[in-house]
Design a protein around this ligand. Structure first.
Ligand code: GDP
Ligand code: IMO
Ligand code: MG
Length: 423
């Protein structure tokens, strides 16, 4: 049996949570492989809207096992809040939610270091979610990290303390004022660790290997998006993990030849939250309309998301790096009512027209080249079949498929589970 992947192809918030929830009925196991509580994955069903940060989006399905893999960084405090929010659903979380012993923990001082690093950068700040992601992955690659499995040692607080002490001295290096009361942060952290310890800690790579052997179907759920990948994104305005397909191999211990379908998810337009280049960003009425109709506010930080036209150059780059086999187009309903839709099919770059994503993506060196398509007026949110989709939407879909050379298999027309059209 292979592991299928579901990955965001833009700058995150493509609608991964919704689609994982829709697809979970076809899988036995849903596994997160990278990122941490910088993610905000939204699910909607039966009138309930739910945002998950660390817990995989298959959690509401009675029979699915959900795994937090080794590549994920966990903040016990945020995880505890997520678990508390799930209380009313009576899910047997000690059985349904398993955590890799090799996943790293975000300590309170990682969050402080994130804040200090961003404050020191001033205008050049990344626009981090301030969840401690960067500093935690730095400790991981610096071989100083604190892992879930360490909590099984009786003297884990000694290791915790020596790391915290080091962090406190590092906060000073940034030469910015960061106010904090460590005892208060620590008390909350220790309390949350007690809750974390009630979950099953596993060797998740072995668990998944055995599950595959037993014929179980696994879906790996990406967080963030390909353009936030630490290697291939718009560096340095990226996150600190590999959000692309290869990240699923290292973040779960799945061999490359065990990867099955790669499901790539994108919005019918583009959004970005935080700083960094965004070639097709709009600063006009059209961008404002997308933000308002699409309710484009971050699910983790509540920040307004920047909006712009669909960028097929960037999308093609993401399709190539991930080896996408099927596409899913989200939020087509938000584009209803535009007379004309623009799609970026090339860039003007240093006096040349190019059709690849270059090293240096910034507004001064790069201008989008647009192809215009006719819009549609029809409200899509109540539609359930492909046949009902307006002709110009079908032309939009076919144009994208031709450019990307991958079929669009799902068209999402609203946030609810039911507002999903399969092709
Ligand atoms: P994720 O991080 O990729 O899981 O995406 P987010 O949850 O951060 O952001 C996607 C937002 O769009 C959420 O508020 C979803 O409820 C919403 N959404 C998902 N699909 C659709 C859709 O097809 N149409 C509309 N209007 N909203 C959608
Ligand atoms: P989901 O999984 C959108 C962005 C931040 C910032 C940059 C680095 O919901 O799609 P970090 O906190 O990782 O140091 O922030 O990455 N970012 C996201 N943007 N969706 C996300 O996750 C994001 N996770 C991080 O805004 O620009
Ligand atoms: Mg999100």
């Amino acid at each position: 049996m292979a592991v299928d992947l579901l990955l965001g192809l833009q700058w995150g918030d493509e609608g991964k949570g919704k689609i994982v929830d829709v697809l979970t009925k076809n899988y036995d196991i849903i596994a997160r492989f990278q990122g941490g509580p910088n993610a905000g994955h939204t699910l909607e069903f039966e009138g309930i809207k739910h945002v998950l940060h660390t817990i995989p989006s298959g959690i509401f399905h009675p029979n699915a096992i959900n795994i937090i893999g080794n590549g994920v960084v966990i903040d016990p405090i945020i995880l505890k809040k997520e678990l508390d929010n799930l209380q009313p659903f009576n899910l047997d979380l000690s059985k349904k939610l398993l955590v890799s012993k090799k996943a790293h923990l975000i300590l309170p001082t990682h969050r402080l270091l994130d804040a200090a690093s961003e404050a020191a950068k001033g205008k050049a700040k990344i626009g981090s979610t301030l969840k401690g992601i960067g500093p935690t992955y730095m400790d991981k690659t610096g071989r100083n990290g604190f892992r879930v499995g360490d909590l099984e040692n009786d003297n884990w607080k000694e290791k915790y303390r020596s790391l915290t002490k080091k962090h406190e001295s590092m906060i000073g290096f940034h030469q910015v004022e960061i106010q904090y009361k460590l005892e208060e942060l620590e008390a909350e952290f220790f309390d949350a660790v007690d809750t974390l310890k009630q979950l099953g800690f596993i060797d998740s790579e072995q668990y998944m290997f055995d599950a595959m052997k037993a014929g179980k179907k696994i879906l790996a759920e990406g967080a963030q998006g390909s353009l936030l990948d630490i290697d291939f994104g718009t560096y340095p305005f990226v996150t600190s993990s590999n959000t692309t397909a290869a990240g699923a191999c290292t973040g779960l211990g799945v061999a490359p030849n065990k990867i099955g379908e790669v499901l790539g998810i994108f919005k019918a337009y583009t959004t970005r939250v935080g700083s960094g280049p965004f070639p097709t960003e709009l600063f006009d009425k059209d961008g404002e309309t997308m933000g308002r109709v699409g309710n484009e506010f971050g699910a983790t930080t509540g920040r307004r998301r920047r909006c712009g036209w669909l960028d097929l150059v960037a999308l093609k780059y993401a399709v190539q790096i991930n080896g996408v086999t099927e596409l899913m187009m989200m939020k087509g309903d938000v584009l209803s009512g535009f007379d004309t839709l623009k799609v970026c099919t090339a860039y003007q770059y240093k006096g040349e027209t190019i059709s690849h994503f270059p090293f240096d993506v910034n507004e001064s060196s790069l201008q989008p080249v647009y192809t215009e398509l006719d819009g549609w007026d029809k409200d899509l949110t109540n539609l359930t079949t492909v046949e009902e989709l307006p002709e110009n939407l079908m032309k939009y879909i076919e144009f994208i498929e031709k450019e990307l050379e991958v079929p669009i298999k799902i068209v999402s027309v609203g946030p609810d589970r039911k507002q999903t059209i399969h092709r």
